[in-house]
Structures are given as C-alpha cells and as structure tokens.
Design a protein. Structure first.
Length: 253
C-alpha cells in the first residue's frame, strides 16, 4: 500500500538546528513517522527532545558549533555509535544577517556562507560516506529558501548561500543517485520563526508580505512536516536534485 512508503519506522535522522522553529517541526514530523532523531545544536534542545520522546522515539542531543568543520567526524561517529546506522540527514542549521548591501561587512558575509553552504556541503559529504559504507543508500534533505529563486533585499550573503544550496543539491544528486542516495531540498517561504521576527514586527512590511501570499498567512513549523517526511521516505525514491517550495504559493505570484 502506498501509505507504507511514507513510513520511517526505526530509521535514524540527523537534524541540525532543531531546537526551535522549522528544525523542531521537521524533527517532530520525522519522529511521528517513526524516526529516531539525532539533534545537533549549539544549545540543548530540551523542548524538541521532549516532543520526540513523547512519541516513543529516541533522541540523541549533540552540542556543536557546526561552522567548525573539525567537529563533524566526531558528531557522525557518536550518532553511529548510539544508533548503529544513519538513514537521513536534514541540513537545517543556518543563520541570516540583515544589512543594506552597500554597508554589508565581510564578517557577516563569511559567517553566513560558512554555516549555510560550506557546512552543508561537508556535512553531506561526511554522512554520504556513512551511507556508502552501509550500502543501503540514504536521504539528504537540504534547506534552501525562496531566495534560492529570488534576490531579496538586505540579505546578500543569505541569498548567495541559499542559491548555492540549490546548486549543490543538484550537483550531489547527479553524483550520488547511482548509489541510492537521494539529495533534495526544501525551500520554505515566509515562516513564523525567529528568523522573521523583525519582519513580522514591522506591521507595514508584514502586511505587504501577507498580501502576496495566496494562502494568506505566514507558514508554521508544522507545514514542513509532510514535505520532509516525503523526501525522507521511500515515496520519493525517484526524486533527485529537486528543490520543493513550501511557501503558500508565494513563488507562483
């Protein structure tokens, strides 16, 4: 039956940046589908761990600054040691810096690019090596953005990094699909998270955003659950290198 293709019973998913917001929503959705979760964060994701364990799934919390690439091998080793295998990687951790392009600093450029694309690539590489060793394939889901498709304003390094995420997703899919490793991405629209708090607090800007969204509302972390489970499951086995927008119709306007 087709619904069985969406089940993730006893799969193990690494979700980076899952202490709040979209990461928490995706980790919870994967747990609802049957996954045990490895959460990698700079803080202890207490609430997310509670949500996952309340579903009867296991949660391993690993604390790390993912912009430090030297931490990656140890993180992967700890995940495999705890659960015995890895099946899914969700590269969600990311940051944004807002400033007019004319004033944008080198530090704000480097900080965003290092975490949002450099870490995404090397985390994917590290987990793909585990997938190849296991010989069972795997799923890598990168988190892109509407700004993978559009230019945006006042977020030059974020736009550059998320455009790169979409390109790297295609590149990795091209190379790894032959090994039954599916690499795809999700592109969230305007979501009610910490990253958009400033925008939502600006009444005029928030109203202008909502006017363009056909769905007429800001997205919620729960809106990411279905898409991430689809891309993590056997239901998407023939989907490779695609970036799926979860945006309430924003890009359709």
């Amino acid at each position: 039956m087709i619904l069985e293709s969406f089940a993730l019973k006893d799969k193990v998913a690494i979700v980076t940046g899952c202490d709040t917001g979209l990461g928490q929503g995706m980790a919870t959705g994967l747990a609802q589908a049957g996954c045990d979760i490895v959460g990698i964060n700079v803080v202890d994701p207490v609430e997310t761990a509670e949500k996952v364990t309340a579903l009867g799934r296991r949660f391993l919390s690993l604390k790390a600054d993912l912009s430090d690439l030297t931490a990656l091998p140890t993180l992967i080793e700890k995940a495999v040691a705890e659960f015995g295998h890895i099946d899914i990687l969700v590269n969600n951790a990311g940051i944004i810096r807002r400033q007019d392009a004319i004033e944008f600093s080198e530090k704000d450029w480097d900080d965003v690019m290092n975490l949002n694309i450099k870490t995404v690539f090397f985390m994917s590489q590290a987990v793909a090596k585990v997938f190849l060793k296991q010989g069972t394939g795997g799923k890598i889901i990168n988190i892109a953005s509407m700004l993978s498709f559009q230019g945006g304003i006042r977020v030059p390094s974020y736009t550059a990094s998320k455009s790169a995420v979409m390109g790297v997703t295609r590149l990795l899919a091209n190379e790894w699909a032959q090994h039954n490793i599916n690499v795809n991405a999700l592109a969230p629209g305007y979501m009610a998270t910490n990253n958009t708090q400033q925008l939502r607090a600006d009444e005029a800007r928030s109203a202008a955003i909502l006017e363009r969204i056909p769905a007429g509302r800001w997205g919620l972390p729960d809106d990411m659950m279905g898409p991430v489970v689809f891309l993590a499951s056997a239901a998407s086995d023939y989907v490779n290198g695609y970036t799926l927008a979860v945006d309430g119709g924003w890009l359709a306007r």
